[in-house]
Design a protein around this ligand. Structure first.
Ligand code: ZN
Length: 204
């Protein structure tokens, strides 16, 4: 479990924490846990999410087990700089959907003395590094990679497997569309889908 580092009052310097992993790995749960602890410590906390994620309404992030916390929807990462000005702890959820400037924005916030906690998918459904997350991993002080459980073999799941492929990278959904898989089961699924697609081509 991640334990907060001791935060000296002076010199005031902040830091970045990234919580990453596949879908259903508990990223948002972990983000909410840390933010709630900061709130108990009487720190001024604010949470942002990209406006693309409207699954649960404009002003809330809700984790998969319905533990929720209020969040402000923003369309560009640069907006966070101004909005976060008077806060000490900044939470950012679904960070993979933000623009690539998020890494720079987060570093400015940290330099300004803020603790920035970022949660996001490290890979898209194709298994490729997702949006600004790779850059954030490079520049952050603390990284926590959380895992889901692969329902096919019971080992740790690192990949987000999309059951139906339609080419749209940002396709929001729940367990009807995606499932967490380990590397091996993810690869088997990909090969099976490729085989099916080829068979369909032959029929046409
Ligand atoms: Zn598996």
């Amino acid at each position: 479990m991640f334990l907060e580092p001791y935060m000296p009052q002076e010199p005031k310097c902040g830091w970045l924490e990234v919580i990453c992993g596949s879908m259903f790995s508990g990223k948002t749960e972990e983000l909410i846990r840390r933010l709630k602890r900061a709130t108990i410590a009487n720190q001024k906390v604010i949470i942002f999410k990209p406006v693309v994620d409207t699954r649960y309404g404009e002003n809330a992030i809700v984790s998969h087990d319905s533990n929720s916390i209020k969040a402000i929807g923003v369309s560009k990462s640069i907006e966070i700089l101004e909005l976060a000005d008077s806060y000490e702890v900044i939470g950012i959820d679904e960070a993979q959907f933000f623009d690539l400037e998020l890494a720079e924005v987060s570093q400015k916030l940290a330099l300004d003395g803020k603790r920035v906690i970022i949660a996001g998918l490290d890979m898209d459904y194709l298994g490729k590094p997702f949006g600004p997350i790779p850059s954030l991993l490079a520049v952050s002080e603390y990284i926590t990679k959380v895992h889901a459980i692969c329902p096919h073999c019971g080992t740790l799941a690192t990949h987000s497997y999309r059951k139906e492929k339609d080419g749209d990278l940002v396709l929001l959904g729940e367990k009807d569309l995606y499932e967490p898989r380990c590397r091996g089961c993810y690869s088997k699924g990909e090969q099976l889908q490729l085989k099916k697609a080829k068979e369909l081509e032959k029929e046409v």
